[in-house]
Design a protein around this ligand. Structure first.
Ligand code: GNR
Ligand code: NI
Length: 174
């Protein structure tokens, strides 16, 4: 088991566009396992490789309570979108912040699994939100990009202040 460090906004590496996976080898298997470990440890429902500074098109997700709903999406492509939904989103790379984002209600997608097998699936509701959120990460997009510039600026200041407080706390315990 290996936990990887999750990059946090406004780290510029979160803006890198991920490249397609071409080799379905042991290294990819290890990346996927580390991503699940890191996601479960952080109590997230999804994680994109971008968030751990690996710029390959790999997503893991699990919306179950007990680790029984593992989903791996390699090189995912959305084939169709239907409807609209608004959901309050959070992101492991933007800690403590939640905001409403509008996304498609239902999506149909094609992806490969960790062995390179191609499959298609449909998703709706929270799973559809999660997959769209993760696919944005692979493009270097964050959910805060959908907020108004004013809200995003408020958020950036709040995070900068949080970091300063964390720095101060760390200095005091040294
Ligand atoms: O754990 C997460 N929860 C969540 C809630 C609403 C909408 C999207 C998400 S994804 C997020 C984990 C994460 O940051 N994935 O990139
Ligand atoms: Ni996220």
């Amino acid at each position: 088991m290996a936990l990887r460090t999750i990059l946090e906004f406004p780290d510029p590496r979160l803006r890198i566009r991920a490249q397609p996976v071409e080799r379905f080898d042991r290294e990819l298997g290890e990346l996927v396992e580390d991503m699940f470990d890191t996601m479960y440890a952080a109590r997230g429902i999804g994680l994109a490789a971008t968030q751990i500074d690996v710029h390959r098109r790999v997503i893991v997700a699990d919306l179950s309570e007990d680790g029984s709903g593992r989903l791996v999406l390699v090189n995912p492509v959305i084939l169709a979108r239907e409807g609209r939904q608004r959901c309050e989103e959070g992101c492991l790379s933007v800690p403590e912040i939640r905001a409403e984002v509008e996304r498609a209600e239902r999506i149909r997608l094609r992806a490969q699994d960790a062995e390179g097998e191609t499959f298609e699936m449909e998703a709706e509701g929270l799973l559809a939100v999660c997959i769209q959120h993760e696919m944005d990460h692979l493009e270097g997009r964050l959910f805060v990009d959908y907020l108004s510039p004013l809200k995003r600026e408020m958020l950036r200041k709040r995070l900068a202040k949080q970091r300063r407080l964390e720095e101060r706390d760390a200095a005091q315990t040294r």
